[in-house]
Design a protein around this ligand. Sequence first.
Ligand SMILES: Nc1nc2c(ncn2[C@@H]2O[C@H](COP(=O)(O)OP(=O)(O)OP(=O)(O)O)[C@@H](O)[C@H]2O)c(=O)[nH]1
Ligand SMILES: [Mg+2]
Length: 514
Amino acid sequence: MPSRVYAPSLDDQDPLAKAISPPADESAEEMQVRVQHELEAKRVSDAIDEDLDRQRAAEKKAPKPIRVLLLGQSESGKSTTLKNFQLMHDPKAFSAERASWRAVIQLNVVRSIHIILDAITQPSHSRPRKEGTSNSSSPMSGDIPLPGDLSEIDPELLEIRSRLSPLLQVEDLLTRHLTPIDQNEVGTIALLPFKHIPTELAVNSTVPWRQRFDRLVSGKNSDSARIIDWDDPNDPGKVLHACGDDMIRLWNHPHVQQTLEKQNLRLEELAGFFLDSLKEVTAERYLPTNEHILRARLKTLASGASFLEGVSEHRIKINGGGGITSDWRLFDVGGHRSLRGKRSFPSSVWGVQRLSRDCEAAWAPYFDNMVSAMLFIFLAPISAFDQVLAEAPKVNRLEDSVLLWTSIVANKILQHTDLILFLNKTDLMTLKLAAGIKLKDYVVSYGNRPNDFESTVAYLRKKFAGILKENSPLPRTFYCHYTSVTDTLSTQKVIASIKDMLMRDSLKNSTLLL
Ligand SMILES: Nc1nc2c(ncn2[C@@H]2O[C@H](COP(=O)(O)OP(=O)(O)OP(=O)(O)O)[C@@H](O)[C@H]2O)c(=O)[nH]1
Ligand SMILES: [Mg+2]
């Protein structure tokens, strides 16, 4: 009979004590084995603890992640800048999303076609526009047009229009794929025969919308070119391919070009414009190039209750050379006004003195959580000097950018934060000036200075620099780049110079990197 070696008095009410106590009838041999096990378990546990302590100590010594927050009004190019960072430093992840961007581009194309078909069936009086005001934001304003007299329309166009009707289903299908069922994140697109202008598609940055395209890929290979299921009968690419020639015919039709001009619809300025690339985009096995992905338009919604909830955070490991890598956290927010808080606006473009009172920092409630952000990149799309905000058709886009810039530079919470200004969309600025659109018609203070690229951009640069100087609570260096962030090569040079600057600072003064 085994001798009773260990019989502690147990509190019968304590289930834990009961569970860990040795059995009442444990023999001496059993006890030896148990003690051995316990010693071994303790040794392993101590080793894990030591390992964790070592890791924590190493993390404390290592440079903290570099945080970059992208700011600017809607369509200023924030998400496109982020894509450039990803393309440059995480090309695998960028490529893995090609199938998802393909769907976004297809939707961008269908939306442009939808706008054209709507425009050609408009009675000419139904869309009055202010002289010289670009519509590039306004076609999506949601006004439901009056039905036109179809007998006035070129019969060839009517035929094309009817042959393109399957695109409506594609539009619906793609929109459904891109939007979660349980969230009202997109304006509904009614299946009316090209009579309803579609609201721009927006996806909440916190929603992993890209996963919706898992259906389109087998998931066995990270190269999208090989994993797209080209035989899927529901692939929208099939309809786009079948409608490709008609879309090209429509876009090149002289009556269409005249109508768009008459209605002052400058589709080329519309975000997500691919009508000049219809051949490629409607090709049978179309996969977007990097350039196409940068041009794709998908509005960011970041509408969480708190900043960090609503904003999308992207982590990238960046190689700084010499074996040094650092963690970068890029934060992309939605620039739509509804996502920036309510503000009142002074009327003149350069009426910035009144700003600190009138225009409380738009994203200010969020900044409390972001004081540890090391760098803000602010994008001002300068080509938009003759455009209005989609969400506020009376507000000039350049004026909005200036106000936003002022509120950011004047913000006390951000007084120690570096700001880099991107005067963006310089490519469109060049085209616009060449088309004879005059800056002075929108910025009266520009006066009779030459309406060329160098003079206009230098003037705007000086204005933004002046606002920083006048409104910044502490003196700050003015960093400014002229950018066209859809151009990979030039943007990568800018990103490389920012990276060098930040990594130098990060090594010099790691306390800055909170
Ligand atoms: N031609 C040209 N297009 C640009 C440039 N920068 C951005 N775009 C395009 O403008 C559109 C809007 O850019 P986004 O990066 O989505 O703008 P955003 O600031 O993220 O906008 P929200 O998400 O609404 O806040 C996209 O279709 C881009 O491809 C540029 O420098 N030149
Ligand atoms: Mg965005």
